[in-house]
Design a protein around this ligand. Structure first.
Ligand SMILES: [Zn+2]
Length: 612
């Protein structure tokens, strides 16, 4: 049997209470002061107890804590990238005495005890800046950190055997169990794949690329706490099981649960994910684009580059650094920017939000994007959680490779037989009269016209010709929007950038237009031009808002007719707070993010008067 990789720090930690001592241990714990752990801390406790977080034997003391925050090493120089801490309120602190013990409770039961070595306080903002690179509370890791008390209690733990009723108990292999599985299979090398999302074809491709190089693959989805909006672990597991059963070689693949909680610490978490996988017996670990990232807090390759700051020996597991992959229509295969010579217009993308919308509305996910078995499981899930923003994945829910929350990088296409839009796409402005839709449409035309043909479908012009005779009832408004959508698709399918600038007041109709575009393989961006009503009134030279408010114009959207703002627009431009140039720059940025235009190739914006 081949020797397995050495655990991090040399020894695989085991902090479990022996079965024969359980009764006495429980009895003694009844008399100890009590600390209640939240889901994150419980996950950390399990990681420590099983040895997944070797060499840690407990929650970090001051010297280790400061060293980890400052230089990503424990005080003894061992590489360790995330502070594993136990926070307590000042009131609880008062009941704790260094040198004595405390009982660790969570989710209504006793989990173990902690030998109190130290109690100290931390600077949460300094920790946030060091670990997450930001103190912005829109970062879920920062928000969590700032919600916790600043007092930390430190010391080694002892933990009761894990209860049998934990989720995925059968798949929750401890490092010892996974190591013996790897040994029994005779693998000399094993590559780990971390994910917290459903596995689409792009991710499957990555895992199989890695499996070309190693003896075995461990699909190791994280099942600890994630931010709301990520697909639940239950649903993901059903999808993983279907995928592994049908598309992976059984003797070379293991599916196991990774009990850690998600921190979204990007590069630092990539290091943690790698060294904990070494403890599970893996020799290689896939680090994709924006691994463990969220929003735009980390640069796409930061999580790969951080490994270069350490010697291979001190990490002890080989990062397999892979780029984002996608389906390219011109290559007619899955590819990456390293292997495909074609420009971004040949890849069509589907963000997490779009995947959900398609499935909720009975649409099909292209087979090159998602295996049909997986699509069905997701469809069932989205239907049961209701549509709209029920379980809102919001923007970009991490269909990015590895882990990232960046929406569009990976992905691809319309139906297999759908024509490529050859560079065309639809920019759909929605917003009240006077909110700046036409102004922005014209400014964008100036910017994009050098690259490719651009046509504007302006609501007012369309009503003069294409929709002459239509009124302002809901039915007529919808008909008008459907016609604009139809013409936009025709244009985009032929390589034209179609910019629609019409009020388009109804969510459902906009979604229908969007859905039809996706079915045609046409990328679609919804842009919400927003301004406060008082600004609209102030800039309204024709006095239409005043007349509507006075009741002399009927069916005036926003006053006497409804306007439903978009729930998940791709871009929101605040036209009363930002200049036209700023709004245009943000829209171009979104187009670059989606790979619809080349980075920084558009000429500088010409001055455009900021009128509606
Ligand atoms: Zn290609």
């Amino acid at each position: 049997m081949p020797a397995l990789v050495e655990p991090h720090g040399g020894v695989l930690v085991d902090r479990f209470v022996a079965p024969s001592d359980v009764a006495a241990f429980q009895e003694r714990a009844r008399f100890l002061p009590r600390i209640d752990l939240d889901a994150r801390e419980l996950a950390d406790l399990e990681m420590i107890a099983t040895g997944a977080s070797s060499p840690l034997t407990g929650f970090l003391g001051l010297a280790d804590y400061e060293s980890v925050v400052r230089r990503m090493r424990l005080a003894d120089d061992t590489v360790w990238s995330l502070p594993v801490t136990l926070a307590v309120t000042e009131a609880i602190c008062a009941a704790l005495v260094p040198g004595s013990e405390a009982a660790l409770f969570g989710a209504g039961r006793l989990w173990g005890t902690l030998e109190i070595e130290q109690i100290f306080d931390r600077d949460p903002l300094a920790e946030a800046q060091a670990i997450y690179g930001t103190v912005d509370v829109s970062h879920p890791g920062v928000a969590y950190l700032l919600s916790r008390p600043r007092w930390l209690v430190a010391g080694p733990v002892r933990v009761l055997p894990l209860p049998d009723d934990l989720p995925f108990a059968a798949r929750r292999l401890t490092p010892r169990e996974l190591r013996s599985e790897i040994a029994a299979r005779g693998w000399r090398t094993a590559v780990g794949f971390q994910t917290r999302n459903p596995i689409h074809r792009a991710h499957e491709h990555l895992t199989k690329l890695a499996l070309e190089m190693t003896d075995g693959l461990v699909i190791h989805p994280l099942i600890g706490e994630t931010k709301s909006g990520d697909v639940t672990a239950e649903v993901r597991f059903r999808a993983y099981e279907a995928l592994v059963a049908n598309y992976y070689p059984g003797d070379r693949t293991v599916l196991a649960a990774f009990p850690a909680a998600m921190r979204y610490a990007g590069p630092r978490e990539a290091i943690y994910h790698a060294i904990t996988r070494k403890n599970y017996g893996m020799t290689h670990f896939i680090v994709g684009r924006d691994h463990a990232g969220v929003g735009k807090f980390y640069s796409p390759y930061a999580a790969q580059e951080i490994f270069e700051r350490f010697s291979p020996g001190e990490i002890g597991i080989t990062p397999v650094k892979l780029d984002a992959t996608f389906f390219c229509h011109a290559c007619d295969s899955t590819a990456s920017s390293r292997t495909c010579p074609h420009d971004a217009s040949h890849r069509l993308d589907l963000s997490g939000t779009r995947v959900r919308e398609l499935l909720e509305n009975g649409g099909e996910l292209p087979r090159q994007f998602t295996r049909p078995e997986i699509a069905e499981i997701l469809r069932e899930h989205y239907r049961s959680t209701g549509n709209g923003n029920g379980n809102g994945n919001g923007h970009g829910n991490g269909h990015g490779i590895g882990d990232g929350d960046r929406p569009p990088v990976v992905v691809l296409p319309g139906r297999p037989e759908a024509p490529s839009s050859e560079g065309g796409f639809i920019l759909w402005f929605t917003g009240l009269s006077g909110a700046g839709k036409s102004t922005l449409a014209n400014a964008l035309r100036t910017r994009l016209a050098a690259e490719r043909p651009v046509e504007i479908l302006d609501g007012d012009e369309v009503r003069t010709f294409l929709s002459a005779g239509l009124g302002f009832s809901r039915e007529d408004r919808d008909t008008n929007i459907r016609r604009i959508g139809y013409v936009s698709r025709l244009l985009a399918r032929n390589g034209v950038v179609a910019i629609a600038a019409a009020i388009s007041p109804y969510c459902e109709t906009r979604r229908e237009v969007h859905r039809l575009a996706v079915k045609d393989g046409v990328p679609f961006l919804e842009i919400f031009a927003h301004a406060r009503l008082d600004s609209l009134i102030a800039r309204d030279v024709k006095g239409l808002y005043k007349k509507a408010l006075a009741g002399t114009i009927s069916h005036f959207t926003g006053i006497s007719d409804p306007y439903e703002p978009p729930r998940h627009p791709d871009v929101v431009v605040e036209t009363d707070r930002e200049t036209v140039e700023e709004s245009v720059a943000r829209i171009l940025e979104a187009l670059r993010d989606r790979g619809l235009i080349e980075p920084r190739s558009a000429p500088p914006v010409s001055a455009v008067a900021a009128t509606a």
